[in-house]
Write a protein that binds this ligand. Structure first.
Ligand code: FDM
Ligand code: MG
Length: 213
């Protein structure tokens, strides 16, 4: 990759409410960046494969209950546990695309109405700050056309509306782009690719900043 030249990779995050097409777009983006000669890796949060991730998975499938505080801290821990690996990749000149990050952590927990926004942000302070966050913005009309929600916890229209309002509240213009996700898969892909290539090129010689620091 470009690691031999000393440049770091970019940390690129896709965020958004359910059904916005994040996971598909993450896959397409990683493929396109690799084709363009930019080494990159895909990670999804929650990472349900770790010990902590298995507990999170049970919580989301509603086979386990946890207090709002406890599950919030587990989601954050699930990010911190893979961060040494992600940081190593970035420093080695490889870019990382994330399917959700701390913004989902704060938006979904704070949407419950039981937790203070600043308290929700606390555990993720100091994680690597993304170079680019693409918020896939899906209108209510387009969301309803994409069929029913699944059966996991949080997959309900009213709750997702609250989540979206918190996402928009915590957005930071330093790295945040709102992407119109009502368009075709190809149109969204093309915009994400252009923004990401630019982020990869401009991040090379910048330090990795700390999130919410
Ligand atoms: N979610 C995701 C959270 O509540 N907190 C977090 O920190 C993260 C990363 O988990 F409803 C929620 C968002 C979503 C659920 O996500 C599972 P996926 O992308 O559908 O696996
Ligand atoms: Mg889901």
């Amino acid at each position: 990759g470009n690691g031999s030249l000393g440049g770091r990779g970019a940390l690129i995050v896709l965020e958004g409410c359910d059904k916005a097409g994040k996971s598909t777009q993450c896959r397409l983006l990683v493929e396109a960046l690799k084709k363009a000669g930019k080494p990159c890796h895909l990670y999804a949060f929650p990472d349900r494969t770790t010990e902590i991730g298995k507990v999170i998975d049970e919580y989301l499938r509603c086979t386990k209950n946890l207090s709002d505080e406890a599950i919030h801290l587990l989601f954050s821990t699930n990010r911190w546990e893979v961060m040494p690996k992600i940081r190593e990749l970035l420093l080695n000149g490889e870019s990382v695309v994330l399917d959700r990050y701390a913004f989902s952590g704060v938006a979904f927990s704070a949407a419950k109405g039981t937790l203070d926004l600043a308290w929700c942000m606390g555990p993720d302070v100091g994680l690597p700050q993304p170079d680019l966050v693409c918020f896939l913005n899906l209108s209510k009309e387009a969301a309803s056309k994409r069929g029913d929600f699944g059966r996991e916890r949080y997959e309900k229209t009213e709750f997702q509306d609250k989540v979206k309002s918190i996402f928009l509240k915590i957005q930071d213009p330093a790295y945040w782009k709102i992407i119109d996700a009502d368009r075709t898969k190809e149109e969204v892909q093309s915009e994400l690719f252009q923004l990401s290539i630019a982020a990869v090129d401009t991040s090379e010689n910048k330090p990795i900043l700390k999130l919410w620091d």
